[in-house]
Design a protein around this ligand. Sequence first.
Ligand SMILES: [Fe+2]
Ligand SMILES: [Fe+2]
Length: 189
Amino acid sequence: MLEKLKKTQKERRFKHTLGVISEAERLAPLFGVDTEKARIAALLHDCAKNLDEKSGEEFNQICVKYGVKLDELAKSEHALVHAYLGAAVAWKDYGINDHEILEAIYYHTTARANMTPLEKLIYIADMTEPNRTLEQSKEIRRLVEIDINEALIYAIGCSIKHVIKKGTLIHPDSIHALNYLIEERRDCR
Ligand SMILES: [Fe+2]
Ligand SMILES: [Fe+2]
C-alpha cells in the first residue's frame, strides 16, 4: 500500500503521511486503538489528496466514479472532499473494508460528534505528526498526554479558527464535534 500511495503523492505530502503513520503508531496505545488499524488509517488518510486538486468536469467525474455525492458545502469547499473521496479510494483501490478505518479517513478533516477512538487518533495525529512545527501542534502534543478529549477540543477549535480566518464555510460536523465534547466534559464535572 505504501509503494502504491507513494506513486500518487507529491514528496511533501508523502513525508507528511509517513509522519502521521509514526505518530499514529506512537499514540495507538494511549487511545486504546489497535496499532495495525491506526497505521493503515494513517497511511491512507490523505490517499485522495491528489484528486481534489482537479477541478471542473474532471473533478465531478472522479466523484461520480467513486460514488461520492457532494453537498452544497463540499461543492464550495474542495478541501473537505479529499476526506470523503479518501474513504472511497481506500475501499475501492486499496481493498480496505474495515468500517472503523474508512470512517476515520472520512472524518479526518471535519471531525464529528461522538467520534470513535480511531477517529480521534487520526484527527490528532494529522495535526501533531513530527513535520508540524506550529505552536498549536506543540500544545496539542502536550494536552494529549494529559487528556485526549481536551486535546481534541483545542485541536478542533484551532481548525475552526483557521477556517474563520480564511473566510470559508465551517462544516456543521465540526461544530457538532466541538459541542459534543464540551457537553461531555460538563457532564463529567
Ligand atoms: Fe487530509
Ligand atoms: Fe493529512
